[in-house]
Ligand binder design. Structure first.
Ligand SMILES: Cc1cc2nc3c(=O)[nH]c(=O)nc-3n(C[C@H](O)[C@H](O)[C@H](O)COP(=O)(O)OP(=O)(O)OC[C@H]3O[C@@H](n4cnc5c(N)ncnc54)[C@H](O)[C@@H]3O)c2cc1C
Length: 539
């Protein structure tokens, strides 16, 4: 089945939805999303969106805070664009219908770690859900946008699929759309588009513990890599220090962990090993109040040293009523999981939270393949550098998806059409998989290897081990993929393996500790500042 459109958008989080709304209404947009339309990282975002709204705040301070967090690797131009265009995008979101929290007639601006001013616009502590709701409602009344739920993009269409070109032609690749699996019917559709935009979000599911939902299997990173696009700084994965530990029972490994906010440590929470001993004093004089990456590394070190699966966060010494008043959601969630936090320690573990690197794009969201755009968490715009400043990611998605849509609007219909004859998806001779246990098992293996060897603390030895393990899995699964009709879990596994490969490869290239990348073999940042750029040469 073949479909033609002006713009194909893959993903219905904040980046994909906002871009779709900003495409000129005269152009046809097809928006594919792999589950129901609201299932996204966006829907889970709690804290809010950073932006200079308060007259006492300034662009210079927000820029400075972002550059400091990025540990020398941010692109200044990208950060300036983010900060100076942010307030206009927030006003636009409100016009579209997002209801943010107000106090005394003004936006209630919160303050978060790393920010020197009150600048976090939020909708109570469910900001992402409100933004997603407002954008989906606006999309539903737009006639030029067709939403296709339960459609999973398999691969981008490039010269590779059409002419079976090999590596020497990689420089002049074009993107002509994507092959997309209708998960309900099993039919693979060829969606041809003048412009294709990847807004597929993050890759937290690569790791055993993650705050990301099930959709976050890194599909966009992997599709772009397979198509030959440039991918950058994949080693910078942000880990949240304290997520609720439910179980490392393998039947449960894909379930996201819910966050136990930093505010609990701010409230006086004490971290303890499984046998009840305090340990943060050994790592930092600020103890539990040290920055996120230091706390995450301290917990990781205790877990590795002791072979434990979790540590405890203890607030049982605080007043019961105050606990309930300050943390109603955490109290409720923990109680549902069998822990009364006023009486019992909370089992916690760090969890993969955010990918700072991704598809390399310019300031208009253009990737290195002609006609391919990307925005949101799947990209490397240069905004985050080696570490993301809290609440800058929703802002990045807004600012850069607007820019991508504007660029597409200015080009569609004005360029010479270069679309060749595109072949339909060919699955002749392939079998239906009857060994799905191999998929489940391999997913667990990927997550465990990445957690143990490519997590918060790395070393050359650990990275080498991980590289070989992941390579073996790659060979096994590629073999299976070639012989089988496509289905969702094999596509996701393939993408998890590809993302793992990219993270390990980038981590091996970075011979220093900087920002979120910490390795025992090179403990200091090096004098030379560089991005790690990788590009697939195998296709
Ligand atoms: C628990 C949590 C709290 C957070 N809190 C904040 C916060 O307070 N502030 C902040 O700035 N950031 C926060 N973040 C980060 C932020 O939410 C994300 O970075 C952001 O929402 C990413 O938006 P996105 O549009 O790029 O991707 P997503 O919102 O993840 O959307 C991706 C979309 O792509 C679809 N998709 C993926 N693969 C395919 C495929 N192959 N085919 C079709 N569709 C596909 C998915 O189904 C989904 O619709 C938080 C993240 C988490 C997990």
């Amino acid at each position: 089945m073949e479909i033609n459109t002006d713009v194909l958008i893959i993903g219905s989080g904040i980046a994909g939805l906002y871009a779709a709304l900003k495409v000129d209404e005269n152009f046809r947009v097809i928006l594919v999303t792999k589950k129901n339309s609201a299932e996204s990282n966006t829907n889970l975002a709690q804290g809010g969106i950073a932006s200079v709204i308060d007259p006492k705040d300034s662009y210079e301070r927000h820029i400075e805070d972002t550059l400091i967090a990025g540990a020398g690797l941010c692109k200044k131009e990208a950060v300036e664009i983010l900060v100076t265009e942010g307030p206009e995008r927030i006003r636009d979101l409100m016009k579209i219908g997002a209801h943010f929290t107000f106090k005394d007639g003004k936006l209630d601006l919160a303050k978060e770690g790393g920010h020197s001013a009150h600048r976090i616009v939020h909708a109570a502590d469910l900001t992402g859900r409100e933004v997603e709701r407002a954008l989906l409602e606006a999309i539903s009344s737009r006639k030029n946008i067709e939403m296709m739920e339960n459609h999973i993009a398999i691969d981008l269409i490039t010269e590779h699929n059409v002419f079976h070109l090999k590596e020497q032609e990689i420089k002049n690749r074009h993107c002509w759309g994507a092959y997309v699996l209708d998960a309900k019917s099993g039919v693979v559709k060829t969606i041809k588009a003048q412009k294709t935009l990847l807004a597929t979000g993050g890759l937290g599911q690569v790791y055993l513990h993650t705050t990301n939902p099930l959709i976050a299997t890194g599909d966009g990173f992997a599709m772009a890599y397979r198509a030959g696009a440039k991918i950058g700084n994949m080693e910078f994965i942000q880990f949240h220090p304290t997520s609720f530990y439910s179980s490392s029972d393998y039947s449960n490994v894909t379930k996201p962990s819910f966050l136990i906010s930093e505010a609990v440590r701010g409230f006086g929470g004490i971290l303890r090993t499984k046998d009840g001993q305090e340990f943060m004093h050994k790592y930092d004089s600020r103890k539990e109040l040290a920055p996120r990456d230091i706390v995450a590394r301290a917990i990781d070190n205790e877990l590795k040293k002791r072979g434990d699966e979790f540590v405890y966060l203890d607030i049982t010494h605080k007043d019961k009523e105050q606990i309930k008043e300050h943390f109603p959601h955490i109290f409720k969630n923990c109680l549902e999981a069998g822990i009364d936090i006023t009486k019992e320690y909370i089992p916690v573990v760090p969890a993969a939270h955010y990918a700072c690197g991704g598809i390399v794009v310019d300031t208009c969201g253009r990737a290195s393949l002609k006609n391919l755009y990307a925005c949101g968490e799947v990209t490397m715009t240069g905004v985050h550098g080696a570490n993301r400043l809290a609440s800058n990611s929703l802002l990045e998605a807004l600012v850069y998806s607007f820019r991508a849509a504007s660029d597409m609007n200015s080009l569609i219909g004005k360029e010479a059409r270069e679309m060749p004859q595109i072949p339909s998806w060919d699955d002749s001779g392939t079998l239906t998989a009857d060994e799905k246990i191999m998929i489940t098992h391999s997913v667990k293996e990927v997550k465990q290897v990445m957690w143990d060897y490519v997590g918060i603390v790395r070393s050359d030895l650990r990275l080498d081990r991980a590289f070989h393990r992941i390579h073996n899995l790659y060979l096994e699964i590629e073999n299976m993929y070639k012989k089988t009709k496509v289905f969702e879990s094999i596509l996701e596994l393939r993408n998890l393996i590809t993302c793992s490969h990219m993270i390990i490869k980038s981590a091996k290239m970075r011979k220093e500790s900087r920002g979120l990348h910490y390795t025992l073999d090179y403990l200091k940042p090096s004098e030379e500042i560089h991005d790690t750029i990788i590009q697939n040469r195998i296709l």
